[in-house]
Design a protein around this ligand. Structure first.
Ligand SMILES: Nc1ncnc2c1ncn2[C@@H]1O[C@H](COP(=O)(O)OP(=O)(O)OP(=O)(O)O)[C@@H](O)[C@H]1O
Ligand SMILES: [Mg+2]
Length: 229
């Protein structure tokens, strides 16, 4: 791999994703090519249904493209087995979502510990790492709270801690501030930015907030009808 290649963390070429539907197939992605450099902060904008989540899900190893190639951190995602993809998701990539996706019956601390259960860390190390990750998002005082006992902004902070606790190389955030008021959204963005910068984590963020995108990221990408414009 050349030096230029090692600076690129995401390389996708001519990606397509077609969903079979009852009436007619849906072409969610129609030939998306994309490169993201290590450490870059990129925002992805586009109307509802334009294919943003479809792209993020493929980059996150949650879905596979219908055709095209996708490499993240030097791994060809189309060639990984289901088990290898699970490993990829727990080591290379972190994801956060608009609706937080926390486990309601578990405390903040237990939610953040969860990704480490699958990579064999000792219980005491897991607890220490989860505490640190929650401290880093300013939630030291809420570790024993369950999601239902937290505000929206606090829930998203737990989700950020959970996504970063295994030290991923890239964080994919799908409208992480979509359910939050403007002030809380700005705060969450600061926390994301700060934590990614500190860990040298690349950030690819879907948002509807033009203003936030333009001011806070290195590059803005726009998606329209399954294509990047
Ligand atoms: N599992 C699926 N089965 C069938 N069609 C799907 C599936 N997932 C997404 N689609 C369709 O693919 C298109 C792109 O969806 P996607 O979720 O990627 O859009 P989006 O840009 O994330 O939209 P939003 O801003 O509303 O989240 C939409 O037309 C959607 O209906
Ligand atoms: Mg979406």
């Amino acid at each position: 791999m050349s030096r230029a290649d090692s600076d690129v963390i995401v390389r996708a070429a001519d990606l397509s994703r077609t969903f079979a539907a009852a009436s007619a197939p849906v072409h969610a992605l129609r030939g998306v090519s994309l490169e993201v450099r290590r450490g870059e902060k990129v925002a992805l904008l586009g109307r509802s249904g334009s294919g943003k989540s479809s792209l993020l899900n493929i980059l996150g190893g949650l879905d596979r493209p219908t055709s095209g190639s996708v490499h993240v951190a030097g791994l060809d995602l189309t060639r990984l087995t289901a088990v290898q993809l699970a490993h990829y998701r727990s080591t290379i990539v972190g994801m956060i979502f608009q609706s937080f996706h926390l486990i309601a019956a578990r405390t903040a601390l237990q939610n953040v510990e969860l990704p480490m259960v699958f990579n064999g860390r000792k219980p005491r190390d897991r607890r220490d790492a989860a505490r640190q990750a929650l401290e880093a998002v300013g939630l030291s005082e809420r570790m024993r709270h369950r999601p239902g006992e937290l505000s929206g902004g606090e829930r998203q902070r737990v989700a950020i801690a959970r996504a970063l606790v295994n030290h991923p190389e890239i964080l994919l955030a799908d409208e992480p501030t979509g359910n939050l008021d403007t002030a809380t959204a700005a705060e969450i963005f600061d926390i994301l930015e700060e934590n990614c910068r500190r860990g040298g984590v690349t950030l690819l963020l879907v948002t509807h907030d033009e203003e936030l995108a333009r001011r806070r990221v290195d590059r803005v990408l726009r998606m329209q009808d399954g294509r990047l414009s």
